[in-house]
Design a protein around this ligand. Structure first.
Ligand code: BG6
Length: 451
């Protein structure tokens, strides 16, 4: 249990993310004694709020119950304009009031890319980040295309040391995403079959039932391709199809993920974008918006392991269910006995119901001789008494501990933006959809894919 004081200052503290993810994550980490009990959350905002007003407002942004008692004790709302350098001096005074020599500072920038430059410069000029143990987490999106991301990154390098910069992709903190390396490289049965000779296709999907909630301002400038594919889906796919890292270290894994991003090619004819019906009627969305809320992409990886294996990425809002999953479909058996009921599939369930399933063909039990298929299943929930920690808990904890293993390296972001820019320039087909079934039908016209 760490006892040194910790101050977590949140920029963008009146947003959804703070209410739904950051405050609960910090609450759990403290209550579970993973971080110092001597933690102060400084929530910055420009509105005239008392702590009570602030917490009341945050509760309206999330359906889960915030831990009021904990937050009353450990949070302060601090009114300031984050674009005004002058206000940073009062913020610094506030931080100093609470600090001693050993206090660690973590700054969480949950703000849009348009504010990033101004805020980073102000943090630098007001000398808020001084020690190497002071760190800044940068929430995605990191830019809106390759050029802007590059500019942002160069600016950050001007102000901060790389060891202080944490570029977050919360999917990398999810239990089953963290498990991919163990599954792939810790099991003899997968070691020699994880390749084009044995795998017929790979699908990474992240479906959501919700629409854009109250994030119109951000979402309409991004869309699903930039919001989900540039970060989460490309990261997950890279872990699934990368070559074996030279060693089990963060850098060696990132090197191999980067090779994937460098050799990935999308098929723009078979990929398409969609927008849910009703999107144009959402509050604060322009009536002519062409923003994508759904993406289906077909890709190929030019590597020895996976050349010619179709790779699919699918994500969207207002679909039939909330589910994130990886499906590895194996090729048919090569013998003539006709005992294969279904091709083998390995499902890595990222959420909900984290776990792994693998369908096996077998004989129907009893007197019958026909073939059947059943799932071999490992479900984390069935094996765990407590709740699994949320991805944001792992990410915040790692940043506090100076472990950037699950954080994204600049060259990965750079290359994934190059891929997204190419797709944007190719002007993919764009359709409106009401249901997931319509999208599925369209995909199934050309692709043999199990959705
Ligand atoms: C965020 C996106 O990064 O991920 C959101 O900005 C999306 O639009 C969310 O809803 C999905 O994350 P999760 O953890 O709920 O699958």
């Amino acid at each position: 249990m760490k006892t040194k004081k910790l101050i977590i200052t949140i920029f963008g503290s009146t947003g959804d993310l703070t209410a739904r993810k950051l405050l609960p994550a910090i609450t759990n980490l403290t209550k579970n004694k993973e971080i110092s009990k001597d933690v102060l959350i400084l929530a910055l905002g420009r509105r005239e709020y008392t702590k009570k007003d602030y917490l009341d407002y945050m509760q309206t942004l999330t359906s889960s119950k915030l831990d009021r008692d904990f937050l009353e004790d450990h949070l302060e709302y601090f009114k300031m304009q984050i674009t005004e350098l002058n206000d940073y001096h009062s913020l610094k005074n506030k931080i100093n009031e609470y600090s001693d020599r050993n206090t660690q500072n973590l700054f969480y920038l949950a703000i849009g890319p348009e504010l990033l430059e101004n805020v980073s410069k102000n943090i630098f000029e007001s000398k808020l980040v001084e020690k190497l143990s002071d760190r800044i987490i940068f929430e995605k999106p990191f830019g809106h295309n390759y050029d802007s991301a590059k500019e942002i990154n160069q600016m950050l390098w001007q102000y901060f040391k790389e060891q202080q910069i944490y570029r977050i992709d919360h999917y990398l903190g999810k239990e089953m995403v963290r498990n991919i390396v163990n599954l792939r490289f810790g099991n003899k049965i997968f070691e020699h079959i994880w390749n084009k000779d044995n795998i017929a296709s790979i699908t990474v999907l992240a479906k959501e039932e919700e629409g854009i909630l109250n994030r119109a301002g951000y979402y309409d400038t991004a869309g699903a391709l930039k919001d989900m594919v540039q970060s989460h889906l490309l990261q997950v796919l890279s872990l699934i199809v990368m070559d074996t890292p030279l060693e089990n270290t963060s850098e060696a894994i990132k090197d191999k993920k980067l090779e994937v991003l460098n050799h990935l090619e999308f098929d723009s004819k078979l990929s398409f974008l969609g927008q849910y019906e009703g999107y144009l009627q959402e509050k604060n969305i322009p009536a002519t918006s062409q923003t994508d809320t759904f993406v289906f992409l077909k890709a190929e990886l030019h590597s020895k392991l996976f050349e010619n294996v179709p790779l699919y990425l699918l994500t969207g809002k207002k679909l039939d269910e909330k589910k994130s999953q990886i499906i590895i479909e194996f090729r048919s058996v090569s013998n003539q006995l006709n005992l294969e009921k279904e091709t083998n599939k390995l499902y890595i369930d990222i959420s909900p119901n984290e776990g792994v399933r693998f369908n096996l063909n077998h004989k129907v039990f009893g007197l019958n001789d026909e073939s059947a298929t059943s799932d071999m299943k490992y479900s984390i929930k069935d094996n765990l008494k407590d709740e699994l920690p949320e991805a944001y808990e792992k990410m915040i904890l790692d940043a506090i501990n100076g472990n950037n293993q699950l954080y994204v390296r600049w060259d990965e972001i750079e290359q994934s933006w190059r891929l997204i820019d190419q797709l944007v320039n190719q002007e993919l087909d764009f359709i409106r959809y009401k249901t997931f079934d319509e999208l599925k039908e369209r995909i199934k016209k050309t692709e043999k894919i199990d959705l």
